[in-house]
Write a protein that binds this ligand. Structure first.
Ligand code: SF4
Length: 322
């Protein structure tokens, strides 16, 4: 597996829309032939507009949506083939997720202590005293006082609730955490605190992160590598410095152009993103970006571009480089 903690191979997730009154049903390709390696100890960010498939990819890894085809390999095992309850339990001990909205991801009827205790009671045979010790340790690690264990989620601010959600994700000592837009529901002033906390935890707890966000400033600060996603496909991937200093795909360039502080250099090519993301029910043929691309050529609407390798780490799919 070559230092990879997780390998995704040719993953496809398809949704079917509800049947209309006329009896028609549409197929939505939410994740389209995605292959991705996530290396132990790194923060790999997935960037792209809302609706590009980032969160569906996260849910597919967590087995929260049905996968049409492909493999997700963790420690030489295709996790999509796990059927036994015991095997799935082991998987969820190793892989955890932090959701975007700390208001809805915590059960409002449970005290924080109960929320943190539950996974340990279900998944381990630890004694009461051992469980108490772990809970206190994790809540302190995320910067909260252990007195908060007696309180309910509504007694906390948004930032504090996200800290509690992070503590819950750490409770079983996972190796890999998916953070799905973990700061986008928070005030800007709180976002930096949570991002710094995740960075610190990555070092202290020896974690690997898949970090999903539409915010490139946050991604630039936190990630080691970035995959750019458009309509269910990875169109460019590279180290963070490669993507920011030398973006290749017109879509990546357009995303960077949309954030003025990331695109201040006079020499950097600026591309204005035109129009809306096409609906996943009506995915364009050929290169899926061709309906919005300023460099569109004849072949772009007929054939899908193959991946071009610029360095061993920097790759993109675009006919401009053939
Ligand atoms: Fe634009 Fe064509 Fe490249 Fe797609 S393949 S990004 S349409 S130039």
């Amino acid at each position: 597996m070559d230092n990879n903690i997780l390998e995704i191979k040719d993953l496809n997730v398809i949704y079917k829309t509800k049947t209309s009154i006329l009896g028609s049903q549409k197929i939505v390709h939410a994740v389209n032939n995605v292959s991705l390696d996530i290396k132990k100890g790194e923060i790999l960010a997935i960037a792209g507009e809302s609706g590009c498939g980032k969160s569906t990819l996260a849910k597919a890894i967590m087995q929260l949506v049905d996968v049409q085809s492909g493999k997700i390999i963790l420690e030489n095992q295709n996790i999509l083939e796990l059927k036994k309850r015991e095997d799935l339990k082991k998987f969820y001990q190793k892989v955890q997720i932090i959701f975007q909205n700390p208001y809805s991801s915590l059960n409002p009827k449970m005290k924080i202590g109960q929320i943190l205790k539950e996974p340990l009671e279900i998944n381990t045979k630890l004694s009461k005293a051992e469980i108490e010790k772990i809970i206190k340790d994790k809540i302190t690690k995320v910067g909260l006082d252990k007195n908060c264990l007696k309180l309910y989620p509504h007694e906390f601010s948004g930032g504090q609730r996200q800290r509690i959600a992070i503590a819950r994700s750490l409770i079983l000592d996972p190796e890999f955490i998916i953070a799905d837009e973990p700061v986008s529901a928070l005030d800007v002033s709180i976002q930096a605190q949570i991002i710094n906390l995740l960075k610190q935890l990555k070092e202290d707890e020896n974690l690997t992160f898949l970090f999903i966000s539409h915010d490139l400033s946050v991604i630039k600060y936190i990630s080691d590598r970035i995959a750019i996603m458009y309509l269910g496909e990875i169109v460019e991937i590279g180290k963070t410095e490669e993507i920011f200093s030398d973006p290749k795909h017109p879509y990546t360039k357009a995303l960077l152009s949309s954030v003025p502080e990331l695109n201040s250099s006079k020499n950097k090519e600026k591309i204005q993103l035109k129009g809306e993301l096409p609906s996943p029910e009506n995915i364009p043929s050929g290169c899926k970006f061709h309906t919005r691309c300023p460099y569109v050529m004849k072949e772009c609407n007929e054939t899908s571009p193959k991946e071009i390798e610029f360095t061993s780490t920097h790759k993109c799919k675009c006919f401009l480089y053939n």
